[in-house]
Design a protein around this ligand. Structure first.
Ligand SMILES: NC(=O)c1ccc[n+]([C@@H]2O[C@H](COP(=O)([O-])OP(=O)(O)OC[C@H]3O[C@@H](n4cnc5c(N)ncnc54)[C@H](O)[C@@H]3O)[C@@H](O)[C@H]2O)c1
Length: 328
C-alpha cells in the first residue's frame, strides 16, 4: 500500500512485506548514499540498502536512547563531510526511532538540508516516526531538545523486518496503534482487540494506524491543536517513563498513561488489550511525584496542561486541566 502524505513537502509511505528487497526501485539511490543504522539492528537490513546504492557508505551508531546525542550527531556529520557529500546526495536511516530521529536531524542540518529517506525497523518507529517529519537529538538531559521538522523524501515500511524484533519491543510498539485507534477508529480498536496474531496482522494494523496519523498531521502539521490528540496517554506516560526508565519501555509507559486518564468501559477495554499482549497494567507510582514531573513537562503551560481523554472508544476530548487534577 502507498500512503501519500501531503503538506509543505509531499511524500509517500510505502508499506509492503518484502519491500526492502526492492528498495532501489523505491528510493533514488543512484548517488552518494549514507546509510545510518545502529548496532542493535540486524546488519542485513542496512546491507540491502547499501547494495542498491550506486555509491554507498555505512555508519553504525551505538544503540539506545542515551546515544541519540550530540556526539553521534557529530559523527554522522563528520562522515558526510569526510566523504564529500553534496546537496544532491542523501541519507537513509535504517533502524528504530533513535536512528530515524538522529539521521533525519543530520539530513535536515547538513548543508541546510539534503534528501532523507527513512526505513523504520521497529513497530514503534513504523507507526509513529514514519509520518510527521519530526527529527531531533536529546541535549543536556532533555529529550528531543534540539531538532527540526524535516519531512523525508519517502518512507519504506517492510513489516517483515519485525520478525527479528523481540516480543517486548513489538508489543510495546503496538501500544501506539492502540492509542490511535482508541481516539479515532473504533473499528481498528476492535480489530486489535480480536486479532489472534498481531504479528501476522502487522501490515494491516500499520497501514490503518499510519493512515490515522497521516490524516491528523496533515490537518495540524505543527501540533497547534488537533495533533495533540496523539499525546493520549503521553502526559502521564512520559512522567512514568522518566521514573521507570530503563525498566519500562516507552509504549509500556504510554499504556499505563492511557489507563490513568480513562474510566469505565473505555478503561476496561484498554486494560484488556494491554493484558492480552502481556503489557503492564499497573505500576507503583507516587501521584505527587508524577504531578511534579508533569509540571516541568514542555507541554505544560502555567499550572495547566492539555489532557487527552477518550469518552468512548473511537472518540476523544482535549481539555485544559489543572496539573494537580490530572488524576481526576
Ligand atoms: N520522530 C517521531 O515522530 C517519533 C515518534 C515516536 C518516537 N520517536 C523517537 O523514537 C525513539 C524510540 O524508538 P524505538 O522504540 O524504535 O527505539 P530504538 O530506536 O532504540 O530501537 C529499540 C531497539 O531495537 C533495536 N532494533 C531496531 N530494529 C530492529 C529489528 N528490526 N530487529 C531487532 N532489533 C531491532 C534497536 O537497535 C534498539 O536496540 C525515541 O527516541 C523517540 O523519541 C520519534
Amino acid at each position: 500500500m502507498v500512503i501519500p502524505v501531503r503538506g509543505e513537502v509531499n511524500y509517500d509511505v510505502i508499506v509492503d512485506r518484502g519491500a526492502l528487497s526492492y528498495v532501489g526501485e523505491i528510493f533514488s539511490l543512484g548517488r552518494k548514499v549514507l546509510v545510518v543504522t545502529d548496532d542493535g539492528v540486524p546488519t542485513r537490513y542496512a546491507q540491502q540498502v547499501l547494495s542498491a546504492a550506486k555509491n554507498g557508505y555505512l555508519i553504525t551508531l551505538k544503540s539506545g536512547e542515551e546515544n541519540k546525542n550530540f556526539e553521534q550527531y557529530k559523527r554522522v556529520l563528520e562522515a558526510l563531510c569526510d566523504n564529500a557529500f553534496t546537496r544532491t546526495d542523501c541519507v537513509v536511516a535504517v533502524g528504530g526511532g533513535v536512528v530515524g530521529d538522529l539521521a533525519g536531524f543530520c539530513a535536515a542540518t547538513y548543508m541546510r538540508g539534503i534528501d532523507f529517506y527513512n526505513v523504520p525497523t521497529t513497530l514503534l518507529a513504523q507507526l509513529d516516526s514514519s509520518v510527521g517529519g519530526k527529527t531531533a537529538i536529546d541535549f543536556m538531559g532533555y529529550k528531543n531538545c534540539v531538532g527540526a521538522f524535516y519531512p523525508p523524501q519517502k518512507v519504506l515500511i517492510d513489516p517483515d523486518v519485525l520478525d527479528t524484533l523481540d516480543d517486548r519491543q513489538f508489543y510495546s510498539g503496538l501500544v501506539e496503534a492502540v492509542k490511535m485507534s482508541a481516539t479515532y477508529d473504533a473499528d481498528l480498536f476492535g480489530f486489535i482487540e480480536k486479532c489472534s496474531d498481531a504479528r501476522r496482522d502487522a501490515q494491516e494494523i500499520i497501514e490503518r494506524a499510519v493512515s490515522i496519523k497521516r490524516d491528523v498531521t496533515e490537518r495540524d502539521p505543527k501540533e497547534k491543536g488537533e495533533r495533540k490528540v496523539l499525546n493520549f496517554g503521553h502526559t502521564i506516560g512520559h512522567a512514568i517513563e522518566s521514573i521507570a526508565m530503563p525498566k519500562l519501555l516507552h509504549g509500556e509507559c504510554v499504556g499505563l498513561g492511557m489507563l490513568a486518564v480513562s474510566k469505565g468501559e473505555v478503561r476496561e477495554r484498554i486494560e484488556s488489550v494491554l493484558r492480552k499482549y502481556s503489557l503492564p497494567v499497573s505500576y507503583e507510582i507516587n501521584e505527587s511525584e508524577i504531578i511534579d514531573l508533569v509540571r516541568h513537562d514542555k507541554k505544560a503551560s502555567g499550572d495547566e496542561v492539555s489532557l487527552v481523554t477518550v469518552p468512548s472508544i473511537g472518540s476523544y476530548e482535549i481539555k485544559k486541566v489543572k496539573i494537580d487534577r490530572i488524576f481526576g
